[in-house]
Design a protein around this ligand. Structure first.
Ligand SMILES: NC(=O)c1ccc[n+]([C@@H]2O[C@H](COP(=O)([O-])OP(=O)(O)OC[C@H]3O[C@@H](n4cnc5c(N)ncnc54)[C@H](O)[C@@H]3O)[C@@H](O)[C@H]2O)c1
Length: 348
C-alpha cells in the first residue's frame, strides 16, 4: 500500500491490467505526453537501460533490460520495468516476443506497492510514443500511412496513428508474414472504419506502400537496415521504433530529426542516430527531443516539404507512469490480487 509501512502489494495480471483500462489508447497517449513533459522539466530520473544479452552482444538470442526510474513532480513514485525479448518466442506460437514485468515502489518507504504485467503496457506505450512522434513528423493533411511490422507493436501502432493523425484515411499494414497483417486488418478493419474512417490494407509490399504514403512507421524485428533513401517521397515523415531498420543515409537526408531521449539513445550501438553521433556527424543540437517538443521549446516539422525522421528507444518512466495510472484505476474498481512481501519482517 502506497505511503504506509504495510507490505501489501497489489498484483495485476494481464487480464486485470486490461480491465483497468489499458487498451484505451487516448488515456495512454495522455500519460505518455505527461511523461515527456515531466522529463523535459527535469522531474524524472531515468538512467539509461542496462542490457544483459544472452549468450553475448553479437549473437544474442534473448535479452533482459533493467529500466529503473523515479518520477517526481505531482506523481512521486519510483519503479522499474524488467523488459525481455526472445528470438525463439518470435517463432513459438502461444508466447509473445517481448515479455515485461513492472514494479511500482513508494520512494519514501521504498516498499513495492504494485507488481503488474508490463507486456501490454510496453506495447501500448511504445506505440503511443510512435503516435506522438508521428504528430511531429507527418506532413499536414496526411491521408495514407504505411506501418511496417504487424506484430504486437504493429497492432497497437494502428491504434496510435489513428488517434494521433486525425486526417488519416488509409493504413497499409505490411509484414513479410502476410497472413499476420491480414489477421490484424480483419480484426480491426470494421471497427477502425467506423470509429476513425480509416481503411486498413494488409500487404507484404512495404516499399510500394511507403511510396504511396505521407507517413511511414516501422516496428519490425529486422536485424539489418531495410529502409533506404529510395523509400522516401518529398515531404514524407518516417518514424522508426526498432534498432536496425534504417540506413545511415536516410537519417543524413533528414531536415529535422526527432528522438525520444538523447542521453539514452547515444548509449545504444545499433541505432542509426547513435552511429552518426559516434562518427561525429550528429550532436544533441542536431535533434529535437520529445521532452522539448511537448513543451514547445523545439519544433518538429515546420514545413510540408521537409523530410522528417524520428526514432525512439523507450524509457522506463513511460511504463511506470502508465502502470501507475492502471494501478489507480484498479484500486478504484477493486481489481487485482493482494499479496504480501512479509507478514512481519524478520529483522529490522
Ligand atoms: N522503441 C521502443 O520503445 C520499443 C519498445 C518495445 C519494442 N520495440 C521494438 O519493436 C519491434 C517489434 O516488436 P514486436 O513485439 O511487435 O515484435 P513481433 O515479433 O510481435 O512483430 C515483429 C514483426 O515484424 C515483422 N518483420 C520483421 N522484419 C520485417 C521486415 N523487414 N519487413 C516487414 N516486416 C518485418 C515480423 O514478421 C513480425 O510480424 C522489436 O524490434 C522491438 O525491439 C521498441
Amino acid at each position: 500500500m502506497l505511503h504506509s509501512i504495510d507490505s501489501e502489494i497489489l498484483f495485476l495480471k494481464q487480464e486485470d491490467v486490461i480491465a483497468a483500462g489499458l487498451l484505451d489508447m487516448k488515456q495512454v497517449l495522455a500519460a505518455v505526453e505527461k511523461t515527456y513533459q515531466l522529463l523535459g522539466n527535469g522531474h524524472i530520473k531515468n538512467p539509461p537501460k542496462v542490457r544483459t544479452r544472452i549468450p553475448d552482444d553479437d549473437n544474442w538470442q534473448s535479452f533482459f533490460n533493467s529500466m529503473p526510474c523515479y518520477i517526481g513532480g505531482d506523481v512521486n513514485i519510483a519503479g522499474i520495468k524488467w523488459a525481455a525479448e526472445s528470438k525463439k518466442n518470435a517463432v513459438t506460437p502461444g508466447i509473445p516476443y517481448g515479455i515485461d514485468v513492472t514494479i511500482l515502489s513508494d520512494p519514501e518507504t521504498v516498499l513495492p506497492f504494485c507488481i503488474l504485467d508490463g507486456t501490454l503496457i510496453t506495447a501500448m506505450r511504445t506505440s503511443a510514443v510512435g503516435g506522438l512522434l508521428a504528430k511531429y513528423t507527418a506532413p499536414s493533411n496526411t491521408k495514407a500511412a504505411t506501418l511496417v511490422g504487424a506484430g504486437v507493436i504493429g497492432r497497437t501502432m494502428v491504434m496510435a496513428v489513428c488517434e494521433a493523425i486525425p486526417t488519416l484515411e488509409k493504413i497499409y499494414l505490411c509484414d513479410l508474414d502476410l497472413p499476420k497483417a491480414q489477421a490484424v486488418a480483419a480484426e480491426y478493419g470494421p471497427e477502425y472504419a467506423k470509429k476513425y474512417g480509416v481503411e486498413i490494407i494488409p500487404t507484404s509490399d512495404s516499399k510500394g506502400s511507403a511510396l504511396q504514403s505521407q507517413l511511414i512507421v516501422t516496428e519490425t524485428t529486422a536485424r539489418r537496415p531495410f529502409v533506404d533513401s529510395s523509400w522516401l517521397t518529398p515531404g514524407c515523415g518516417l518514424v522508426s521504433m526498432a534498432s536496425d531498420e534504417v540506413e545511415l543515409d536516410v537519417v543524413r537526408k533528414a531536415d529535422v530529426i526527432c528522438i525520444d531521449y538523447w542521453k539514452q539513445m547515444i548509449t545504444y550501438e545499433g541505432k542509426a542516430v547513435t552511429r552518426l553521433y559516434q562518427n561525429g556527424e550528429l550532436d544533441q543540437n542536431g535533434v529535437s527531443e520529445l521532452g522539448d517538443l511537448v513543451l514547445g521549446r523545439k519544433t518538429g516539422r515546420t514545413r510540408d516539404d521537409q523530410f522528417v525522421f524520428a526514432t525512439s528507444m523507450g524509457i522506463g518512466a513511460l511504463d511506470i507512469l502508465v502502470g501507475y495510472e492502471m494501478y489507480k484505476n484498479a484500486v478504484k474498481a477493486g481489481i487485482g490480487t493482494k499479496v504480501r512481501l512479509w507478514d512481519k519482517p524478520l529483522w529490522e
